[in-house]
Design a protein around this ligand. Structure first.
Ligand code: KE4
Length: 421
């Protein structure tokens, strides 16, 4: 099978003349899987269409935000209403307060929340607050986890850093990188040892790893991080940019019953508009400028009315049955993708297909699977009308716009793709 991608190829070549790699984010590069990316033109529900007119069932969902699918009527009309009153004020609006109230209501560990324009800004700010309040400099993250592209996180980083072979990015000063310790995901003993030997300001973790492929927390792992943090006065930051409002109404903290000191959010809370947020216990958040010791933080478009309107329209209707539906669709897809030599790891509506290498508990396990087979599978799925993240080190997402028929069509494409490898 081959795809007609001539218009995409021309558009991509034009993009490459003025943008590094022809992309606005490294994760979108098709280098890890080969070939040129389709240049997308539109989306509706569970589908996207490229500039050649090819239609795909979309499992990227803009990397997580589109939990209700593309161009959802509620979100389009909320945006239309907001934009008719202006695009930005640089002042508090009732729209951001309303979304903040929703976050506080659904995340019991969050007393106060502040909006940013990206998840990266949120994690940057959370680490700065942890350092400011604890008076400590050293942080601990996990190998293969991605928390955005701020310097402290580009040490053993996942997602695009891993896909492109630079988990320790050039350009990060040694003095900065040396303040970031790393441990294998799911290795609580390693964390306990580091906490005993170093004065850690914070432990930052994706409660479900989504940036080295989907890796669930081992039983007791998150609880151990909570216990170690309490023992050593460490700020536990749960980076819920992916999992927040995705794997449960109250995110990973609801699903796994472990509370963070600080939580970072993004993606779904903006419904596809630029957004991030950090929030948590009053003892930390009451030092965010202009309060308390005034840990500096700001952003021209933070809490902008369009993202707030889209975020509220996305989240407000999501109740328990929405998550039951996502669980049902995710389970249907997981069952259908299972095949000899294929491992599917899933939490709710986020999942990853791996080829070989057995169960994945940490980054080292992931590096043992067959990356070449993944690349060939990715291309075969694209040729069969299924749009997936172009890297083994990512999760993909089912939305509420996907139907059983869509899931079954993806499964059929998968089986045909496997046969073609
Ligand atoms: P943003 O700055 O991209 O909004 O959020 C950074 C971030 C923080 N924390 C977690 C757990 C994340 O997954 C992310 C961003 N996720 C990637 C996908 N793995 C976004 C895709 C991209 O970088 O283009």
């Amino acid at each position: 099978m081959s795809l007609e991608l001539s218009a995409s190829r021309d558009a991509f070549e034009r993009a490459c003349r003025v943008m590094p790699g022809g992309v606005s984010s490294a994760a979108r590069a098709f280098g890890p899987v080969g070939g040129n990316p389709p240049i997308l033109a539109s989306g509706a529900g569970a589908r996207v269409r490229d500039v050649d007119g090819n239609e795909y069932l979309d499992l990227v969902g803009s990397w997580g935000p589109l939990i209700r699918g593309h161009a959802h009527g509620d979100i389009v009309s909320a945006l239309g209403d907001a934009v008719s009153r202006g695009t930005s004020f640089g002042a508090t609006t009732e729209l951001e307060t309303r979304l903040a109230e929703l976050v506080v209501e659904r995340m019991p560990s969050v007393d106060l929340v502040r909006f940013t324009n990206s998840g990266t800004e949120a994690t940057m700010a959370a680490v700065r607050i942890a350092r400011g309040v604890t008076g400590r400099d050293t942080i601990l993250k996990f190998q293969g986890c991605w928390h955005g592209h701020a310097d402290p996180f580009l040490v053993a980083a996942g997602s695009s850093a891993l896909s492109l072979g630079q988990p320790d990015s050039p350009g990060v000063p040694g003095a900065t990188a040396n303040l970031t310790l790393t441990a294998p995901f799911n290795d609580a003993d390693a964390v306990a040892g580091m906490a005993a030997r170093h004065d850690l300001a914070c432990i930052i973790v994706e409660p479900v790893a989504g940036n080295m492929g989907c890796i669930p927390p081992a039983p007791g792992f998150l609880e151990a991080l909570r216990r170690i943090s309490d023992e050593h006065g460490i700020c536990l930051i749960l980076d819920e940019v992916i999992t927040g409002f995705r794997i449960a109404r109250g995110g990973a903290q609801e699903r796994f019953g472990v509370s963070a000191d600080l939580t970072t959010m993004g993606k779904t809370i903006g419904g596809g508009l630029p957004v991030g947020a950090f929030g948590g216990a009053r003892r930390f958040m009451e030092h965010v400028a202009p309060l308390g010791m005034c840990v500096s933080q700001g952003g021209t478009l933070s809490g902008n009315p369009l993202a707030m309107a889209a975020g509220y329209a996305t989240l407000a209707p999501l109740a328990g049955e929405a998550y039951d539906r996502l669980e049902q669709l995710g389970g249907r897809l997981e069952d259908g993708l299972a095949a000899p030599g294929v491992e599917v790891q899933r939490v709710g509506s986020m999942m990853t297909v791996f080829f070989g290498g057995g169960p994945k508990r940490c980054l080292e396990d992931v590096t043992r699977c067959d990356m070449d087979r993944f690349a060939r599978w990715h291309r075969a799925m694209l040729e069969r009308g299924v749009y997936l993240p172009p890297s083994q080190f990512e999760a993909f997402f089912v939305s509420l716009a996907h139907t059983e028929e869509d899931i079954d069509a993806i499964i059929a494409a998968h089986r045909d793709a496997l046969a073609s490898l």
